[in-house]
Design a protein around this ligand. Structure first.
Ligand code: HEM
Ligand code: HEM
Length: 218
């Protein structure tokens, strides 16, 4: 716990990992799309300062560097929380029903159930994101192996790899839209500062994350 009014929710390290994932993911989405090759087709490479966007050597290099940042951040995230035994974001029994109750209460029907550190719908969104990132990373690594001069993989296998890589791209874009969409809803505004300053209001935690608050007091 921090001072009287605020409670620490995310450490600087956790925030650094979150923003590394954000920065690398946006770079991967852009450089991946440019490779498709959307930059030439839609004249993005005509925009001053963006002439490189249709240069395959540049976009593929950007994609590799961002992939390295993403892989480092994701590996760190997994090992860090395993060692610290922090499993707050993993789904629990009854999360589907609880999410329904939370959404219903946002429209003024019924009481919102007491939440732990994260809401049930955040835990469900997390597995969705984790699964999408898992797909994109595994297929991305296969694509890197394919690019090695000494390796030849069958066309059918590579087709599947590319299709899953592209499907996961859309799954991630959809996930990001939903993640940002959640912060449009007023009830979730108090969570916003947590990924910037690391802190949230004590009063908010007391009434919405009361299960978490009880644990913090112990
Ligand atoms: C959010 C993350 C990512 C997004 C949105 C993304 C998106 C894309 C897109 C749209 C393409 C072009 C279409 C294609 O050739 O399949 C592509 C290609 C590729 N991606 Fe990703 N990707 C991501 C992460 C990764 C990661 C983590 C790796 C490596 C571990 C990776 C490795 C590759 C490789 C090697 C290619 C093909 C380059 C080539 O040989 O032309 N990607 N990616
Ligand atoms: C690639 C894009 C992004 C990914 C993959 C991502 C992923 C995540 C994940 C997994 C969490 C933890 C649980 C959750 O709240 O769902 C989280 C939390 C958070 N993210 Fe993001 N995020 C992205 C972009 C952003 C952006 C652009 C913002 C800025 C508005 C943002 C703000 C937050 C905040 C405020 C939290 C904390 C919520 C809480 O404490 O409960 N995220 N993000």
């Amino acid at each position: 716990m921090a001072n009287k009014e605020k409670i620490t929710r995310h450490s600087p390290l956790v925030r650094l990992i979150h923003w590394s994932v954000v920065f690398s993911t946006f770079t991967l989405i852009l450089s991946g799309m440019f490779q498709l090759p959307l930059a030439k087709r839609y004249f993005i490479d005509q925009i001053p300062g963006l002439t490189w966007s249709s240069n395959y050597r540049v976009t593929v290099m950007l994609h590799y560097i961002a992939a390295l940042v993403l892989l480092s951040a994701v590996s760190f995230h997994v090992v860090y929380h395993l060692i610290r035994k922090e499993f707050n974001l993993l789904p629990r029994k009854g999360d589907l029903r609880e999410s329904y109750l939370i959404i219903k209460s946002m429209f003024g029907f019924g009481e919102e159930p007491k939440s732990d550190k994260y809401l049930a719908e955040q835990r469900l969104a997390y597995v969705y994101m984790a699964f999408s990132f898992f797909l994109i990373i595994v297929t991305g690594i296969i694509k890197i192996i394919k690019n090695l001069p000494s390796v030849t993989l069958s066309d059918g296998f590579l087709d599947w790899t590319t299709n899953i890589h592209n499907l996961a791209t859309f799954m991630i874009i959809f996930g990001i839209i939903a993640h940002l969409g959640a912060f449009v809803i007023k009830a979730n505004w108090p969570l916003l500062p947590s990924m910037f300053t690391g802190k949230v209001d004590l009063e908010y935690v007391k009434h919405r994350h009361s299960k978490w608050y009880e644990k913090l007091q112990k």
